[in-house]
Design a protein around this ligand. Structure first.
Ligand code: ATP
Length: 370
């Protein structure tokens, strides 16, 4: 794909102390956020957490109750929607049915009397690899192709900022996965700033270089997908992005490098650098795929964290891996994901096991345990 006319870069977006109150409901409690130019940013959160409201504020479809919005350093808080360097792609992409694909993409350029609308529309269609279908009408395209036309229509305007509100929501799972990779590669190609709203954690992690996890009108945590996954800072993030095993217990030992936390009578070591709290009662976590199962404590490497003995109460096979549930008295149910290796299953239903993991994978959350 050639960069051609799309080589212009995006602008950064800054939300400064944003609050949005609707009559009787505060949708955004407080938002301070800077999204660097040229990045692919995902706002991730459950339904009703305020994602769409945030996008609508940036697009100028809503006015903030408090705070400022800056695009490329310019304060646009009171700027009209059509004067902002922003385009939005929604889940329902509403192409004009009576126009060809080319006319659909060129429409906005013609209306704004921008030169060479046809050439620019072809270029945008080449970018989404649909130029060969330029003469067709929307009804003659698949859902994924229509979505790509909607994207071409947004990109052709060369907005400094492209807002995507669940744009893949209407597609089936396979097409969705394919479009995620395509969207990412188009973003890399055009270098614009993409702000993508989704409630699908896998989608956010696959595409974005930075993810902000939103909950109840606030950002709980923001960072690269790897950091959010490896080092969640709150219970909400630990459970919303993948699965976590969370245990509560008192800190009993505070070393310069590690903390020792008592979990049901077992000493669990946590690197200090991975602990958001270092004293009192804390929530300790570890991801299920970091755990290994052992038929006896002798096979556990020295220095590893371990809990047990416990009993395997459920085994569910899912192709590449198997999920084991292990009940450890005084601790609770632990979820373990084990890769299915040629050597066969690592534990049997009803069997006695110890759960172990490298202490380096343990984290302590910022929340106070319940
Ligand atoms: P979803 O994933 O379901 O689209 P969302 O995270 O995008 O959810 P928003 O659409 O931003 O959520 O809505 C946030 C909250 O604000 C919701 O509780 C919603 O009911 C409320 N809300 C949104 N618009 C209005 C409005 N015009 N008046 C009153 N409340 C509103």
């Amino acid at each position: 794909m050639a960069k051609g006319a799309f080589a212009e870069s995006g602008a950064d977006l800054q939300l400064d102390g944003i609050k949005k109150r609707f009559p009787g409901f505060t949708a955004i409690e407080h938002l301070d956020l800077t999204i660097p130019a040229g990045s692919f940013f995902a706002l991730l959160g459950p339904s009703g957490c305020g994602k769409t409201t945030t996008l609508r504020l940036v697009a100028g479809l809503e006015e903030p109750t408090e705070g400022r919005i800056l695009i490329g350093g310019q304060d646009v808080t009171r700027t009209k929607t059509y004067q902002r360097p922003v385009n939005t792609v929604f889940q329902s992409y509403a192409l004009f049915p009576h126009m060809t694909i080319l006319e659909n993409v060129a429409f906005g350029l013609r209306r704004r009397k921008i030169g060479d609308p046809v050439g620019k529309a072809h270029e945008a269609l080449r970018l989404v690899e649909l130029d060969h279908l330029a003469a067709r009408r929307p009804a003659q395209l698949s859902g994924g192709q229509q979505q790509r036309v909607a994207l071409a229509r947004a990109i052709v305007n060369r907005p400094a900022l492209l807002l995507l509100d669940e744009p893949l929501g209407a597609l089936d799972l396979k097409l969705r996965r394919q479009m995620q990779l395509e969207l990412k590669s188009i973003q890399t190609e055009v270098g614009l700033t993409f702000v993508h709203v989704t409630h699908d954690q896998e989608e956010a992690m696959t595409m974005a270089d930075t993810v902000a996890v939103m909950n109840k009108g606030r950002i709980e945590q923001m960072g690269s997908p790897e950091v959010l996954y490896e080092l969640p800072s709150t219970v909400f993030v630990a459970n919303f992005l993948g699965q976590s095993n969370l245990f509560a217990g008192p800190v009993q030992e505070t070393g310069s490098e590690t903390l020792g936390v008592d979990v049901g009578g077992n000493r669990i070591q946590v690197p200090r650098s991975r602990a958001q709290r270092t004293s009192g009662y804390v929530t300790v976590g570890v991801r299920p795929e970091k755990l290994t199962l052992h038929a006896s404590p002798e096979t556990i490497p020295s220095g590893a964290n371990s809990l047990g003995p416990g009993r395997v109460t459920d085994v569910s096979f899912s192709g590449v891996s198997t999920q084991y549930l292990v009940d450890v008295p005084g601790v609770g149910t632990i979820v373990v994901f084990a890769q299915n290796l040629a050597s066969g299953p690592v534990a049997q239903l009803g069997g006695e096991v110890w759960v172990a993991w490298d202490a380096a994978h343990t984290f302590v959350l910022a929340d106070e345990p319940p």
